[in-house]
Design a protein around this ligand. Structure first.
Ligand code: UDX
Length: 473
């Protein structure tokens, strides 16, 4: 029999009150979804404007479905927002830290200023046993360092525990990914922390969501390892596109054939302009940087190649546009369709589309950008580019049309109608998202990275030709 003293388990709060520190994409979504699941939630941010907007039911960024969920959560009375850390410390049993970890200026490392500030602010104020749960993407070893920092700062000492719960949500699917994640990962240092987290995620676990309980370092690593794998898969097919370009092979057909192998799978095997956004690019750089610090840089040195392949897609897209423009971009009007890093998002962080527009502009092209949601954010970053209010306005008079973000309104547009608006029927499909045959039939010169310039070079059976456009990811 176990000694009762060694089996004593500190009690958990069965229906914990939660705070969510940081109300960006991750935090706002998490706070709203936790309230939808029935918890009392306090969202906290240092930005008064964001707090005011959220309190009024306005989501400060574009995310399909989230405004409706925010309205429901506010109406339930279970969700409130504040800028006060005192209120947060008093309110919460479980505190989720969801602040940003951007790339540090002039370095590949992650900037942990906001994470450290959030943990310190809570640790100095919390006066009863509680759990601090990091959700931000951080370098391995951060949770351990924060555990020590919290123990030093908190009047409770080691009673105030740190856990890590990485987040895998995709922009554009944030609500779905938060309410019904494909897995949960708990990085914990005690069985109390595990039990408390299980209570905090009960409604999700009751759906039989797979759960991996791990140590803190593994939980941190899962996130960067997953994002590195996804980035590598995208760069792999884009590397194959480079080989295709040198051989006359077609990367779209290659991806289709590879994807039918269940061990490979077709998701994240879509060739084109490559990855961008607030996660993949910075995460692979920070991971490589951290691995070098840990003396295992060689193990992930390939991530440098993954990054380089990805960035080369942008300059190669500019090359294709220049080629179609007759070798010189000076004064050439280019319609840049898309600015966001992917469709259904207004996020322009490290956006390949906007980067291509910038490079075209620097070569003297007259670039007109149109994105259904991201024009405003893009304008803030690159005020010198011209922005159109509609697809029609963007393509009118264009010498080259470049599809850079595959919004549905672009892929669904009729090439015959567009053909009447442009100055020359040249299109570069940076996302392999247009129907090449339809464009060519409507008289367009269609080009895409990793595909032969002329269709005659590929002999296709009719049924294969139908399936050239890959399924949506
Ligand atoms: C990503 C991860 O998917 C998510 O799990 C993590 O939590 C955060 O980072 P997100 O940044 O929202 O999510 O975007 P994602 O849908 O993964 O796309 C990333 C980029 O890769 C986009 O620029 C997209 O256009 C590009 N991409 C994606 C490709 O170029 N090819 C593909 O096959 C898939």
């Amino acid at each position: 029999m176990n000694n009762p003293e060694t089996t004593f388990q500190p009690p958990i709060v069965e229906h914990p009150r939660m705070t969510v520190i940081g109300t960006g994409y991750l935090g706002a979504t998490h706070a709203i979804c936790m309230a939808i699941l029935g918890f009392d939630v306090l969202g906290v941010d240092v930005d008064q404007r964001k707090i005011d907007q959220l309190s009024m039911g306005i989501v400060p960024f574009f995310e399909p479905g989230l405004p409706e969920q925010l309205a429901l959560a506010l109406a339930s009375g279970r969700l409130r927002f504040t800028t006060s850390f005192d209120e947060a410390a008093e309110f919460g049993d479980v505190h989720y830290i969801c602040v940003g970890t951007p790339q540090a200026p002039g370095s590949e490392a992650a900037d942990l200023t906001y994470v450290d500030a959030a943990f310190t602010a809570l640790a100095g104020r919390i006066t009863r046993k509680a759990l601090l749960v990091g959700k931000s993407t951080v370098p391995i070893g951060t949770a351990q360092r924060l555990t020590a920092l919290v123990a030093e700062t908190s009047p409770l000492g080691t009673e105030l525990e740190v856990a890590w719960n990485p987040e895998f949500l995709r922009e554009g699917f944030a609500v779905q990914d938060t309410l019904h994640p494909d897995r949960l990962v708990f990085g914990v240092a005690s069985s109390w922390a595990e039990r408390q987290l299980r209570a905090a995620f009960r409604p999700i676990l009751e759906e039989d969501t797979p759960l991996v309980v791990a140590d803190l370092a593994t939980a941190e690593l899962v996130k960067v390892a997953a994002n590195s794998f996804l980035a590598t898969k995208i760069s792999y097919i884009n590397a194959m596109a480079e080989v295709c370009e040198a051989t006359g092979a077609d990367v779209n057909l290659l991806a289709l054939a590879l994807g039918y192998d269940a061990r490979i799978g077709s998701r994240f095997l879509k060739p084109g302009l490559g990855f961008g956004g607030g996660c993949l690019p910075k995460d692979i750089r920070a991971f490589k940087f951290r691995a070098e610090q840990l003396g295992v840089g060689q193990a992930v040195a390939f991530l440098g190649e993954v990054d380089a392949i990805n960035l080369r897609r942008r300059s190669r897209t500019v090359d294709l546009i220049r080629e179609l423009a007759g070798g010189d971009l000076t004064g050439v009007r280019v319609a840049a369709l898309g600015a966001a890093f992917k469709p259904n998002s207004d996020d322009v962080r490290d956006a390949p589309a906007l980067d291509v527009a910038r490079m075209l502009y620097l070569e003297g092209a007259s670039v007109v950008v149109f994105d259904p949601e991201a024009n405003e954010n893009a304008h803030r970053v690159y005020p010198d580019l011209d922005y159109a209010d509609s697809l029609t306005e963007a393509v009118t008079g264009a010498h080259v049309v470049a599809l850079l973000t595959e919004w549905e309104q672009f892929t669904a547009a009729d090439p015959t109608v567009l053909g009447r608006l442009v100055a020359s029927k040249n299109v570069v499909d940076g996302r392999h998202a247009l129907d090449a045959d339809r464009y060519r039939a409507a008289g367009w010169e269609y080009r895409a990275l990793g595909r032969p310039a002329a269709p005659e070079t590929v002999v296709l059976a009719d049924h294969a030709r139908d399936s050239v456009v890959l399924p949506a990811l």
